[in-house]
Design a protein around this ligand. Structure first.
Ligand SMILES: Cc1cc2nc3c(=O)[nH]c(=O)nc-3n(C[C@H](O)[C@H](O)[C@H](O)COP(=O)(O)OP(=O)(O)OC[C@H]3O[C@@H](n4cnc5c(N)ncnc54)[C@H](O)[C@@H]3O)c2cc1C
Length: 470
């Protein structure tokens, strides 16, 4: 008997997971509501490009895909911070030239992963299949399927049966909803039951809008390409990541309401005034600014934490479906790829699973390995918004960064800055968070007592590392 797994959602995480499962010998059906992005020029969803870091690279490397993906990458060695009236300055991400993150096109990566999945011969994508209803009693789901009939597009309803389902269907996950419903139904049958599911959805009161910095007339980058550019402005910020065609995708993050907010910028004059006033150096670079600003969608941002991630041996959720986070650490996809890596390490090969897999236990193990870590990166991502839009301009933050670099140079086995632990290492996010809390206290103590890293002797550093048990 072949073991079939249905994935709902063929985004970044679903496409990667389908390759991992297929290589283990499973038959994988991926149901994706959008059209095939390899055939039509559609946006791949939110954020045109994103930052790929070591955690995301690891499973891609394990599958032998990095040779191809390398051609899609632009290394970014640090933040280029643009403060009004000052020359832009590079704040390196790490201590060595290897400590970089990479800008990559979401659509290119997603398309490549889909093609690699199909090349296994075990993965079938069902595009324009929007899953609406999942029934764990009959083990069937319903898909609204877009079809062309007599030149007209119409949606018909189709039923599919499944053996096991994994929701890689993003923040608004219908699989998560089905798990909640099934657990509630089940708990209703038991007396004195407490809530069977915990779910928190915290929408940020800031949103984002994407704009473009086009290449120069002769096809060159208008800004330094090997950096992530930030124009921090306290309550809001503009950032820009490079693309292979020498353009940049710029993203404005700003409050939804208030004096300076998306709500307060509604007409051409207001767009021009806002950008001239706050982003004088970026404004001339932005392509077709007013039309783009007024026409491009404003994207919402939020954090989702939930548990359990599974229903019996029937369903599991991973990626944004289980833990959507705000994008300020550039880790949402990377974290979802780490979920895939966990599954790669836990799930048996299909031939062994046929005889003896305990799927309830396997699904539980995924959540046990990942939940605490997903919660930790969710919290660090929220903190990083303040760092990016505000702290990067503050003297104390910059001084503490210098102290951190000095401590790391002197005691590399005892201290790695939190940003580097998250972006360049594989130690669990929860550990990075826990150590980072100690770092904050240590660095605050140093910046209270000293004004320059040259004042720090090894003895001073060592006694503080001992004090904070690092
Ligand atoms: C502005 C922004 C910038 C970001 N930058 C970064 C970054 O730099 N680095 C990083 O690591 N992460 C970044 N992220 C986060 C990253 O985009 C997500 O974490 C990642 O896309 C999650 O992948 P996923 O496959 O779990 O979900 P998604 O990418 O949301 O994919 C879900 C898929 O499921 C499909 N689907 C949904 N509902 C159904 C249904 N009912 N039936 C069938 N299919 C369905 C969708 O069409 C989609 O294709 C950013 C996010 C935003 C918003």
């Amino acid at each position: 008997m072949t073991i079939q797994i249905s994935l709902i959602g063929g985004g970044l995480v679903g496409s990667l997971l389908s390759i991992i499962l297929a290589r283990k010998g499973y038959t994988v059906d991926v149901f994706e509501s959008r059209t095939d992005m390899r055939k039509t020029d559609i946006s791949a969803g939110r954020s045109i490009n994103l930052a790929l870091a070591n955690r995301g690279i690891k499973p891609l490397q394990a599958l032998g895909l990095m040779d191809d993906i390398n051609d899609m990458l632009i290394p970014m060695s640090g933040r280029m911070v643009h403060v009004d009236g000052q020359t832009p300055s590079l704040q390196p991400y790490g201590q060595s030239s290897k400590e970089v993150i990479y800008s990559i096109s979401r659509a290119k990566l997603n398309s490549y992963l889909m093609s690699q999945a199909e090349a296994t011969g075990r993965v079938t994508f069902y595009f324009e299949h929007k899953i609406t209803d999942i029934d764990f009693n009959s083990m069937c789901f319903t898909a609204g399927v877009k079809e062309l009939a007599n030149g007209q597009s119409k949606v018909t309803s189709k039923r599919y049966s499944f053996q096991r389902i994994i929701g890689t269907d993003g923040a608004n996950s219908p699989v998560r909803e089905a798990i909640v419903d099934a657990l509630i139904e089940q708990s209703g049958k038991q007396s004195n039951s407490t809530s069977p599911f915990s779910l928190s959805e915290d929408m940020l009161d800031h949103s984002y809008k994407e704009l473009t910095i086009a290449p120069t007339a002769d096809g060159q980058f208008q800004l330094e390409p090997n950096a992530l550019h930030i124009w921090p402005r306290g309550e809001f910020m503009l950032i820009a990541l490079p693309n292979l065609d020498a353009s940049f995708t710029a993203t404005l993050f700003m409050p939804n309401k208030g004096f300076t907010s998306f709500d307060s910028i509604r007409i051409e004059d207001e767009v021009q005034q806002f950008f001239n006033r706050h982003f004088a150096t970026a404004t001339p670079l932005l392509d077709n600014l007013t039309d783009s600003f007024l026409q491009n969608p404003t994207g919402k941002l939020g954090t989702i934490k939930c548990s359990p991630w599974q229903f019996e041996d029937k369903a599991l959720i991973i990626g944004d479906a289980a833990h959507a986070i705000v994008p300020f650490h550039g880790q949402g996809m990377n974290c979802g790829f780490e979920d895939c890596d966990a599954i790669a390490s836990i799930f048996p090969d299909a031939k062994d699973a046929e005889a003896k897999a305990d799927w309830t236990a396997l699904f539980t193990q995924v959540e046990n390995m990942r939940k605490e870590n997903a919660d930790a990166i969710a919290d660090m991502a929220l903190e990083n918004y303040i760092e990016m839009r505000d702290s990067v301009m503050q003297h104390e933050f910059l001084l503490q960064k210098q102290f951190a670099a000095k401590i790391q140079q002197s005691f590399p086995n005892r201290f790695t800055p939190r940003y580097a632990m998250v972006m360049f290492e594989h130690r669990p996010y929860s550990e990075a968070y826990r150590l980072g809390e100690k770092h904050k206290q240590l660095l605050a103590e140093l910046s209270d007592r000293y004004s320059c890293p040259t004042q720090l002797t090894d003895d001073i550093i060592e006694s503080l590392l001992d004090k904070y048990q690092l």
